[in-house]
Design a protein around this ligand. Sequence first.
Ligand code: URP
Ligand code: ZN
Ligand code: ZN
Length: 485
Amino acid sequence: MSTLIRGGTVVTSELTYRADVYCEGGLIKAIGENLDVPSNAEIVDAGGQYVMPGGIDPHTHMQLPFMGTVASEDFYTGTAAALAGGTTQIIDFVIPDPEESIMDAYKKWRGWAEKSVADYSFHVAITWWDDTVHRDMGILAEQEGINSFKHFMAYKNAIMVSDEMMLASFNRCRELGAVATVHAENGEMVYYLQQEMLKKGITGPEGHPQSRPPEVEGEAANRAIRTAQLLDTPVYIVHVSCKESLEAITRARLEGQRVFGEVLAGHLLIDDSVYYNEDFEYAAAHVMSPPFRSKEHQKELWRGLQSGNLQTTATDHCCFCAPQKAAGRNDFTQIPNGTSGVEDRMAVLWHHGVNSGKLTMNEFVKVTSTNAAQIFNIHPKKGSISVGADADIVVWDPAMSRTISVKTHHQNIDFNIFEGMEVQGGPSHTISQGNVVYKDGQLNVVRGAGRFIKRPTFNTHFDALKIRREQNAPRQVQRAPIAAE
Ligand code: URP
Ligand code: ZN
Ligand code: ZN
């Protein structure tokens, strides 16, 4: 099967130019004008449209077992919704229970993901520590193509890591050439503030943001970054939501540290007033961690994206429906944390980023696709329009207008955090592995067609870092023994 995308303007992270793109065998085979292609190639008319690398959402949680329930969106529905929005790859998370073998958890998630319709990879969370975890991180990195390990600094009494575990795991990441990724919230502070709220009789969703203020995030981001600095480990802070953690990232980057920051579409566009809505279901539907922040923080996050101090955009897509959120009707700490967005990220970023002039089209490609591919080492196979790359492509119609709604979305959740938002610009076609899987509003996907994408570690690069560490090794002074009297 071959496909010719004809008449469009190619937009990559670097270039904008007129060319046709020919795909065959799942790969981009040729780019140019007047290409000589087989007569039976499927033709995609991209006239007046942009041809861009498919989106990569580096932070999703399909069918995650969490807070006593399981996320409603599974790998089949979730990757289909992603394709409908122009996202052709997700990076999801394996999250072992404390004491659960990380290899067993990895195998379980691989099984769940077999029904995916788009390509996927995994970060693996480190939720506990012993010698087997140390060993299995090596197997995952060297044999299974896992080059990033996640650390939750929040969720006390569940999956939270201690500083001791974080040190051990970051150290192992460095040895392996893997990236340490971090959910930065101080779980002890959150727990303390939650108890304070409940004592004061604040039991509704408004207690959620009040028990997770920006200080909680800033402290944890800074601690993770300094830990990574000490150990010479690259660190990626997920869902940066406030100026305090952005400042910690910016400062470290200015000091030359290898630190990356991710921002969620939701944190850029939704403010904390949602938690004060009188309708419990509405407020609870927005409960996620870190919480949505004030408009001031949103402005800072946009600046972070524009300046390049935040490199990727994601969704933290983790869906819970109203009956699941109802578990916390009388106690906000029991509301399952998570919101949706995998289908809407590209459109809301285009509309509020590119149409508003905050981002160029090339920057849009960087923050929705190429930077994630580079940071997680799957570029140029992913995140690029180049000969030999995977043919994961979105044909973007800048004239398309629509209103986002739960009534029309493909996501398996009864709420849409962007409900009623009018956006201009969206995918007319999504192409995955060279096949047109979404066209003019219709999905045409095959259960199980998505492939697990291995992500090699960064060992070559890390050889240089090892040398630097040896040069900076602690100094030991050889002293002559004290002579006996
Ligand atoms: O509230 C959230 N973000 N739920 C998913 C788990 C996490 O913290 O990423
Ligand atoms: Zn998180
Ligand atoms: Zn998450």
